[in-house]
Each structure stands twice: as structure tokens, then as C-alpha cells.
Write a protein that binds this ligand. Structure first.
Ligand code: SF4
Length: 590
């Protein structure tokens, strides 16, 4: 059984070449410089990635990375997937919970780097002792559930943490926003990680964490661990994630006129009906679950009963739900019946589509249908707001790339608008929007931010708390807040715990493990990694000066009134300058 050295100076990286099936372990870089997670993935890409080669080149790596605190403190439960995005070609990251982080940690690796392309569809099994490639041509086209069932059998009888990640048909077929399913209820969701793995001809990876670590017996570790455990299990800030979870946000955002409905044609609906966190919990919640190493347990799983065949034949399904899919596959499509929304979520889960991008892309398609820009000659089935069965069939068509229309819709709403028209109402801010119509700072923050994610920065929070329209303060907030988040994604913490894990707290954690040098280096190193990520993004095609905020965002009314376009444009220009500076491209500023 491998024993882990938690205070080692280098990252331990497993490099696997899918073309040859060969693997080797190397000591990489200095952890005081790249830290882990986001920083490690970026540093690995900088060292051996191919920024000037096409995003779909076989030698482009897909990198899974964890951090120095993974598995050693509560909520240090996430892993980072770094890859060239099939959606926009750029260097990007997606983050997921589940059991993958602890499995990688206890397999003895800080990162797994996959390059090449397997000669036939395969699964990879990775442990501290073994690396096996298993041809699985019979899983071609198999859904995520069947693939998961097969793969779980591969590790039967093996002890330790085990994680099973896999793709569905969408990832095999090259959809721009196919995701990787992690242990059934978590995902590397956005920007096409599923297709990045599919390009390796890998249907999935099983990681077996069969090692162990000796924890510090002296010093501050035990007391600090206890303190943090108390903080995350007793403060109200964390309790809300366990109780109703993020769906709790639906009702207040709707009241605030900040919840996108009907492809963002409106920001509130008095008839929200059963689509609230409380009603879903009362009517459909089956249980809560947690990522490995997390005592909070925010994963809400509903029991969905679907009729099939004869009158009294039912299928019972467990469907995880959060705020974001309830917005993208619910309110954006003008659906208010939670069972219908859960039915769409189940379809994205089955096919391996990102639920947020799929829902927002379908919302554009529904409005394009309403306006007569596309017809059933393109959509095959009628796509109408409020009618869920058409959307369910359409999700299958996106995953299958059934015709020219679905082929391009699978590259995103803006790609489809580029062919058919309707760019003004494509709700795309770098990628399909997240569920916050809070105002100018959030829109600029998502359009330009590194991952085009609501998790890059708290722009939605600034919109709600700022008393005045202060452009400089807004831009400073976006830059500083992202710095704090990158520090955490280098560790790799769940961002729900960001109030618990302040920089000082993280430094204490590192010191308690004997990583004093890293604790000292943390502020500067996390800033350097934030900048490196932007540099890699720029090297692989991103130009923040070309970022566009579609017209729809200027037509909104929130609780603050109409969107102030000049304020939004000033934030966009200021943030753009900051991103060019962080990417080391100051010379390109006008
Ligand atoms: S709070 Fe939720 S997402 Fe975060 S680590 Fe815990 S279970 Fe996972």
C-alpha cells in the first residue's frame, strides 16, 4: 500500500499516453510555485501543452489535478479538470466534487495527465499499484448510467476510495458542451470536458485510491481540523447548503426580478408555482448526499416517478438537483412543474450533456422558433416555451447531432445564431449564461472571466450589495475576488466554504502539515497562477476586447430598474484592461 508524503516539495504526476497505453510517474515543478489544482493544471499545460496546436490535436492533454489540502481538511473535496475547450478552443478548467479528489490523493497522485488517443474505445483504471487500459467497444453509444454500472464492476473487491468518471453519447459525438459525469451526482460540467475526454477515445476512468497517509501527530493539525469542522457544520452560512440547498435561491431571485425566465424575456414570474426550493424538498426530495471528505452534504437528490407502458407501470429515478439546472432547464424554458424539469435533467445526465448550456441553448431555439427564424424543418419537433416533451426529444438530438441544426446548436446558442440569426437574444456571456440576472457587474464578469462561470467571481453579489455605480470599485472587486477564489481552487476547496477558508486560514492549514514555505508563498503564488491561467487563455485564442454582451442584456428590467448600458460598458472596458494586464498583454491595450 503506497504511503503518501504530504509535505513533499514537488507534485507527483502520472502521465498516461492513451495511444500507447504506457504511463510514467514524474516529480513536477515546485509546489511553492504552482500550489496545486488550478495552478498545477495550468503549470503542467505551460510546461508541456501545445498552445499553438489545434484544440482537438491528439497530443493536447486532459489534466485532472488536486491540491495540497485535498482529503486533509473538510470540504477540500474538489478536483480540477484542465483542457482545451471544444466549445471555444481555449485553455480552460472545470471543477467537480464526488469521490475523485480523494481517490486521486490516495492513489498517490497530485495530477493525472492524459494525452494521445486510444486505438479503440477504452476505459482506464488507475491506482497506486496498477494502470490498466480496458477496450470497451461494446460501450460505444452507451449512456452514462450503463457505463457507470459496467465501470464500477472493474474495481470490485479493491479497497480504498474509488471514483468512476465517464462520458455519454454527447462526449463521444463531440458536442461542444458535453460533460464528464463524476460518481453519478457530480460533473465536470462546462465548456466541453466530455468531448475532450471523448477525443482520447476514453469512455471513462476509474481511480482507485488504495494508499494511506500519516497525519501530523504533533503541532496544530488536530486542533485546527476540529475548529474547521465545527465552523463548517454549525454556521448558518453552510447550513443553508444542506437544508434546502442552492434551490433556496429560486424564490428570492424571482421576487428580486433577477431570475431569468423564458430566455431572459423576463426576470420574474408571479406564477413560479412548485419551482421553489421548499416545494421541491417537500414533494420530491429523497435524500441528501455529500462529496467524499465533506460533512455538509449539499447534494439534493429527488425521486422522480415516470410512467411508462401500461397504466400502472412506473420507473423510479434518482435525479440530483441544484439551483442552476432548475434555472436552465426550468425557468429559462418557462417550465414550472418540477417533475418535468427533473425529467429534462435526467435526460442531460443520461446523454452526458451539460445541463446549463443545453437548457440555455434550447431557450434560444424556442425563441427562434417563436420568431419564425427556425421551423420544424430544423428543430424536427416543436420547441415551445412551457412544453417539456419537445425539449426532452431535442436534448437527444443535440447529443446525437441528428441534423445540421442540432449539430450547430451543440456548439452553442451563439454558434447557431451565427448561422440562423437571432444573436441579439442568444443568452451567451462567453458561454451560455448562469442563472443570475442581477445586473451589469455579473454580466461583464461572466462575459470576460476566465471560465465564463458564475464561480469565477461574485459579480452577482456585488450587483446586490453595491449602493452606488462605481466602475473602479466594481472592476477592483472582480479582480480581487477572483484572486481569492483561485487561491482556493489551487487547494482545491469547495467554493461554498470560501467564508471559512480565508487566506489566513489556508496558510494555517498548510503550516500545520509542515508546508510552511507554501503558506508563506501562498498570496504571491496564487496571484501568479491566476495570471498564468489568463496568459494560457490568451495564448490559445482569447481576446477580451472581442467579448460581446448581447442586446438582450441591455433590455432587462431588474429590481434596480433598467440596465444601465454605459455603466456596463465601462465595467467591461475596465475589466478587459485588467485581464490584458494579468495575461501579460498590457502592450496590446489601446
Ligand atoms: S458543500 Fe456540496 S459540493 Fe461542496 S464539497 Fe460538500 S457536498 Fe460537495
Amino acid at each position: 500500500m503506497p504511503r503518501l508524503d504530504i509535505a513533499r516539495p514537488h507534485s507527483r504526476v502520472l502521465r498516461y499516453d492513451a495511444t500507447t497505453g504506457k504511463a510514467r510517474v514524474e516529480e513536477f515543478g515546485l509546489r511553492t510555485e504552482h500550489l496545486g489544482g488550478s495552478g498545477l493544471a495550468a503549470a503542467l499545460y505551460e510546461a508541456s501543452g501545445l498552445a499553438s496546436a489545434p484544440a482537438d490535436a491528439e497530443e493536447q492533454p486532459v489534466i485532472f489535478a488536486v491540491g495540497p489540502l485535498t482529503g486533509l481538511f473538510p470540504l477540500m473535496s474538489k478536483s480540477v479538470c484542465g483542457f482545451r475547450s471544444p466549445y471555444n478552443g481555449q485553455w480552460t478548467e472545470s471543477h467537480a466534487g464526488g469521490r475523485l479528489a480523494l481517490s486521486l490523493r490516495f492513489a498517490g497522485y497530485d495530477a493525472l495527465v492524459v494525452t494521445g488517443r486510444a486505438p479503440e474505445l477504452s476505459c482506464l483504471v488507475v491506482g497506486g499499484h496498477e494502470i490498466r487500459t480496458i477496450p470497451v467497444p461494446f460501450l460505444r453509444g452507451a449512456d452514462v448510467f450503463r457505463t457507470g454500472k459496467y465501470m464500477r464492476g472493474l474495481g470490485h473487491g479493491v479497497s480504498g476510495h474509488r471514483s468512476t468518471i465517464r462520458i455519454g453519447s454527447a462526449g463521444e459525438n463531440g458536442v461542444g458542451y458535453a460533460c464528464i459525469n463524476v460518481d453519478s451526482f457530480r460533473h465536470f460540467g462546462r465548456l466541453g470536458s466530455g468531448t475532450a475526454l471523448g477525443r482520447k477515445n476514453l469512455k471513462g476512468i476509474q481511480v482507485i485510491g488504495d494508499g494511506s497517509a500519516t497525519l501530523p501527530q504533533k503541532g496544530t493539525y488536530a486542533a485546527l481540523l476540529k475548529d474547521i469542522h465545527v465552523d463548517v457544520t454549525t454556521t448558518s452560512a453552510m447550513r443553508k447548503y444542506h437544508d434546502l440547498g442552492t434551490p433556496e435561491n429560486l424564490e428570492p431571485l424571482n421576487k428580486l426580478r433577477a431570475l431569468p425566465w423564458r430566455n431572459l424575456q423576463k426576470t420574474s414570474d408571479p406564477g413560479i408555482g412548485g419551482l421553489t426550493g421548499l416545494r421541491i424538498a417537500e414533494d420530491l426530495l429523497l435524500r441528501q448526499s455529500a462529496c467524499a471528505g465533506c460533512p455538509v452534504g449539499c447534494i439534493h437528490i429527488a425521486l422522480l416517478r415516470e410512467q411508462f407502458g401500461e397504466e400502472h407501470d412506473y420507473l423510479y429515478k434518482q435525479v440530483p438537483y441544484d439551483y442552476e439546472p432548475l434555472f436552465s432547464l426550468g425557468t429559462m424554458l418557462d417550465l414550472k412543474d418540477p417533475a418535468q424539469v427533473l425529467g429534462l435533467m435526467d435526460e442531460t445526465e443520461r446523454t452526458g450533456l451539460d445541463c446549463m448550456s443545453s437548457g440555455v441553448a434550447l431557450a434560444w431555439a424556442a425563441e427562434a422558433s417563436e420568431k419564425g427564424i427556425v421551423g420544424e424543418g430544423e428543430t424536427i419537433v416543436p420547441l415551445r416555451f412551457g412544453e417539456w416533451t419537445g425539449f426532452r426529444t431535442a436534448l437527444r438530438h443535440i447529443a446525437a447531432r441528428s441534423n445540421e441544426f442540432y449539430d450547430i446548436l451543440g456548439q452553442g446558442a451563439m454558434a447557431a445564431a451565427g448561422k440562423y440569426g437571432g444573436g441579439d437574444f442568444a443568452c451567451v456571456l462567453g458561454q451560455e449564461m448562469a442563472g443570475y440576472a442581477t445586473g451589469e457587474v455579473f454580466f461583464a464578469g461572466q462575459a470576460l472571466g476566465f471560465r465564463h462561470s458564475h464561480l469565477d467571481n461574485g459579480g452577482y453579489s456585488f450587483d446586490q450589495s453595491a449602493k452606488e455605480k462605481d466602475v473602479d470599485a466594481a472592476v477592483k472587486y472582480l479582480v480581487d475576488d477572483e484572486h481569492g477564489r483561485v487561491m482556493l481552487t489551487c487547494m482545491v476547496a469547495c467554493l461554498f466554504a470560501r467564508k471559512v477558508y480565508t487566506q489566513e486560514r489556508v496558510q494555517e492549514c498548510l503550516s500545520s502539515l509542515g508546508l510552511e514555505d507554501m503558506a508563506q508563498a501562498l498570496p504571491g503564488a496564487s496571484e501568479a497562477m491566476r495570471n498564468l491561467r489568463y496568459r494560457l487563455k490568451a495564448d490559445t485564442g482569447f481576446d477580451p476586447r472581442e467579448a460581446r454582451i448581447p442586446k438582450r442584456y441591455t433590455e432587462l428590467v431588474t429590481w434596480k430598474g433598467e440596465i444601465d448600458q454605459s455603466y456596463m460598458e465601462a465595467i467591461q472596458a475596465g475589466y478587459c484592461r485588467e485581464i490584458l494586464r494579468m495575461a501579460g498583454r498590457d502592450g496590446e491595450m489601446k
